[in-house]
Design a protein around this ligand. Structure first.
Ligand code: SAH
Length: 361
């Protein structure tokens, strides 16, 4: 057993089974052994490669969107350009470089803020973004941001926020819990009594026994918090992640290590633990806060913003090897069998702000 497995096993022995949300939180954020404390998540040598780590073109397209958002808001100065969950800082680096080139006036009006909970990644981000000067601010929670018009980007942040899982059985839902097997291993079990839930996307009676559904109060709360800020101060947010646009059923909890899927209970703290994002739930939270929203696949989003044209220009004076790499990057970011369809882009904005290429429903 690893140190964190032992710690969780002790907790379960003393207090009884813990829910999936608590398990995810311990695995990711335990102050001694949590994933973000100990792991090297990003890149080819790490556990996974995100879109901004794949190619600079991703950040360039997001920058084009951010400039359009700022213009649509009426060029506020100053405004808050914020990234939540910035990882190695690569996306913000590409965004700032591109905005500086395409829209210096927008760049000059931007007060840059990064929302990050990991001290280690914060240090990496500061190092990476040093060259963009001193108008950068780091906070641990979204609520600490100053009240200003906002353009916010979050790529692969919501998938790491914890979820609860419920299992249908005999017309009722029982929370899925983490317990200890007779052999002393972490295992899934069912809560002892039916879950009392006010809001669920589906009725248990319509589902086959054993079907898992997932909800995430943490994700809905963050979407609501961002949207409340947008409705009050004006602005737009772009939330990018893997998941479904329509409510879906099924167990999507996943552990990723060195680019392959692993058993989520096998090595807490050692693997990246995530689940698919329910974009419909995030959109509902945005509407409750008085915002508009629209969504599309990442492939559609990038193509409509001009990914192919940008790739053409980028490859124009490069050699064949580089050009093949650019083609492969486009395929990875927007190809339907790669990130293009699985990843979705949700745009949330205050009602007065229009946001091409999105159309409000
Ligand atoms: N956006 C980056 C990294 C994605 S990984 C990319 O696309 O490459 C998730 C990031 O979110 C990490 O930086 C992690 O430390 C951060 N994070 C995790 N929980 C968070 C929270 N509650 N608030 C803000 N950031 C968080």
């Amino acid at each position: 057993m690893t140190s964190l497995q032992k710690k969780i096993a002790r907790l379960v022995t003393m207090h009884g089974p813990i829910d999936v949300s608590q398990y995810m939180h311990l695995a990711m954020a335990d102050p001694d052994y949590g994933y973000y404390k100990t792991a090297q998540p990003f890149g080819r040598e790490g556990d996974f490669i995100t879109a901004p780590e794949t190619s600079q073109m991703f950040g360039e397209m997001i920058a084009v969107w951010a400039i359009a958002a700022w213009q649509s808001m009426g060029h506020p100065q100053p405004f808050l350009l914020c990234e939540a969950g910035p990882g190695r800082g690569t996306l913000m680096d590409d965004i700032l470089r591109t905005i500086g080139k395409l829209a210096p006036h927008c760049a000059a009006s931007a007060h840059v803020a990064l929302v990050e909970t990991s001290p280690r990644l914060t240090r990496q981000q500061k190092q990476k973004l040093r060259r963009h000067g001193t108008r950068l601010q780091w906070v641990e929670h979204f609520a600490q941001l100053p009240p200003m018009p906002l353009v916010l980007i979050a790529n692969e942040l919501f998938d790491v926020l914890p979820i609860h899982q419920y299992v249908a059985a005999g017309g009722r839902f029982y929370e899925r819990m983490v317990a200890l097997s007779p052999e002393g291993q972490l295992c899934f079990t069912r809560g002892v009594s039916p879950a009392q839930l006010a809001r669920l996307p589906v009725a248990a009676g319509t589902l086959a026994d054993g079907t898992v559904i997932e909800i995430s109060p943490a994700r809905e709360a963050l979407s609501g918090e961002i949207s409340t800020h947008l409705a009050k101060q004006r602005g737009a947010a772009l939330i990018i992640d893997y998941g479904a646009l329509e409510p879906a059923t099924g167990d999507t909890l996943q552990a990723m290590s060195r680019h392959s899927f692993r058993n989520p209970l096998e090595n807490p703290g050692g693997y990246d633990l995530t689940s698919h994002v329910d974009f419909a739930a995030l959109a509902r939270a945005a509407h409750r806060a008085g915002c508009h929203s629209a969504a599309m696949t990442q492939g559609d989003f990038l193509l409509r913003l001009g990914l192919l044209e940008r790739a053409g220009r980028l490859g124009a004076d490069r050699d064949d090897t580089m050009r093949q790499q650019i083609v492969a990057d486009v395929e990875r970011l927007a190809g339907p069998d790669q990130m293009g369809e699985l990843f979705k882009v949700l745009c949330i904005a205050d009602p007065a702000t229009t946001m091409p290429p999105f159309a409000w429903a």
